[in-house]
Ligand binder design. Structure first.
Ligand code: SF4
Length: 348
C-alpha cells in the first residue's frame, strides 16, 4: 500500500492538469467545482466553474440569489436539481449562521451533498481522511485490485469503497483523492487504458492477468423512456409566452412554451382536439399555422420527441402560469437546451 500511494503521488505531482479549483483550499470553491465536474467534461466544466464564481463568488451571494439566476448560470449542464440543491444548501448554511461546515459530517447534512461530495470537500479543504469514489476511482481500484464490483451505490459494504478507504493517504488525503481521480481520467481510461505508462502497472491485477477490458463489470443501463412534447409557440408582438416548469419532473424551474404532452406522437388535427388545447384556447376553431419537428433530445433516462407548433393570433387569451417574455429579456430566463436551440433557430 505504501509503495502504491507513493508512486501515485509522484505521478500526480508530475502529470496533473492545471485546473483552477486545484489552486484553492476554499471549501465553497471546491464544492462548486465538484458538483460541476460530476456533470461534464473538465474543459467545459472549467468555463462553467469560472462563470459560476464570477456571478456567485461566495456562499452569501449564492444564498442571496434568485433560483432563476442560479439555473441560468447552470443552463446547458443538465441535472438542474443539483443547481437547485446547491442553492438550497447555501441558504441552509446562511440560516444556520453562515459558517460553511468544516467536516464530513457537517457537509453531508446539507441538502444535495452526498458521500462523494462530502468526502471530496472535507479531504481537499480540511485534510479529513475520507476516500472519494467516483467513476474514475472505481475503475482504477477494480482493475488494480481485481475487484469484480459494478459501479454505483457505494454502501459501506462496497468492496471498492472499503479498498479506497484502506488505500487513502492519511498524511495528505486531498492530494491522494485527486491523484486517484486524475489517474482514472488520464491513464486508466474506460476503453484503452495506457498500462505501459501507468505508475501502478507493477501492482495491477487486471494488467497482469490481461483483464482490463473485463473490469470493472459493466452495468446495463436502463432503457430510455420516450416522451412526446407538443410545444405551442404563441407570439404577442415581440414577445413569446413562456412559463417555468413546476412539477417534480425534468427541468423544474426552467422556462418553456406552453406544453401539451401526449402519450404518443400525434397530428395537428388530434392536438386541437385534446382537452389541454381546449382549456387553453376554447372551442373557437383556432388551429396551428405551422409546425417544426420532431426534434429528438436525449437525456440520460429519457428521449424527448418535440414538435413546435406556431399558434396564430396577436392577442391570445391570458395563459395562466405563463408570461410574456420579450426580445431582449430572454437572457434572464433559464431554459432547457431543447428550447434554447429552438430559440436560436428562430432568431436565425
Ligand atoms: S495498469 Fe492499466 S489497468 Fe492497471 S491501473 Fe494502470 S492503467 Fe489501469
Amino acid at each position: 500500500m505504501v509503495e502504491i500511494r507513493k508512486k501515485l503521488r509522484d505521478w500526480y505531482m508530475g502529470n496533473r492538469r492545471q485546473l483552477p479549483w486545484r489552486e484553492t483550499t476554499d471549501p465553497y470553491r471546491i464544492w462548486v467545482s465538484e458538483i460541476i465536474v460530476q456533470q461534464t467534461r473538465v474543459d467545459q466544466g472549467r468555463d462553467y466553474y469560472l462563470r459560476f464564481l464570477e456571478r456567485f463568488p461566495d456562499l452569501e451571494s449564492l444564498a442571496a440569489a434568485k433560483e432563476e439566476e442560479v439555473l441560468k448560470i447552470w443552463q446547458g449542464l443538465g441535472y438542474y436539481s443539483r443547481a437547485r440543491n446547491m442553492h438550497a444548501a447555501a441558504k441552509q448554511v446562511k440560516e444556520g449562521g453562515g459558517i460553511f461546515p468544516a467536516s464530513y459530517s457537517g457537509l453531508i447534512a446539507l441538502k444535495g451533498i452526498g458521500r462523494y461530495t462530502a468526502a471530496a470537500v472535507s479531504s481537499m479543504a480540511f485534510g479529513e481522511p475520507r476516500a472519494v469514489v467516483d467513476g474514475n476511482v472505481h475503475r482504477v481500484l477494480s482493475r488494480l485490485l481485481g475487484i469484480e464490483e459494478a459501479a454505483g451505490g457505494y454502501r459501506s459494504s462496497s468492496a471498492i469503497l472499503q479498498a479506497a478507504e484502506k488505500l487513502i493517504d492519511l498524511e495528505d488525503p486531498g492530494t491522494h483523492n485527486q491523484a486517484m481521480m486524475e489517474l482514472g481520467a488520464l491513464v486508466c481510461t474506460p476503453r484503452q487504458p495506457d498500462c505501459p505508462s501507468c505508475p501502478l502497472n507493477e501492482h495491477c491485477v487486471a494488467h497482469r492477468e490481461g483483464r482490463t477490458s473485463e473490469l470493472p463489470p459493466r452495468v446495463k443501463s436502463p432503457a430510455r423512456r420516450n416522451r412526446y412534447f407538443n410545444y405551442l409557440v404563441i407570439r404577442s408582438g415581440q414577445c413569446l409566452w413562456m412559463g417555468p416548469r413546476k412539477k417534480k419532473d425534468i427541468w423544474k424551474g426552467l422556462y418553456e412554451f406552453p406544453l401539451i404532452e401526449t402519450p404518443r406522437a400525434i397530428s395537428a388535427g388530434s392536438l386541437v382536439r385534446t382537452r389541454e388545447w381546449t382549456d387553453l384556447f376554447g372551442n373557437n376553431g383556432l388551429r396551428p399555422s405551422g409546425v417544426s419537428g420532431p426534434v429528438r433530445h436525449i437525456l440520460s433516462h429519457q428521449e424527448i420527441h418535440a414538435w413546435f407548433y406556431l399558434v396564430p393570433g396577436e392577442n391570445p387569451p391570458v395563459l395562466s402560469g405563463y408570461e410574456k417574455v420579450c426580445t431582449g429579456e430572454m437572457d434572464r430566463y433559464p431554459v432547457p437546451k431543447l428550447i434554447s436551440n429552438y430559440l436560436d433557430r428562430l432568431s436565425d
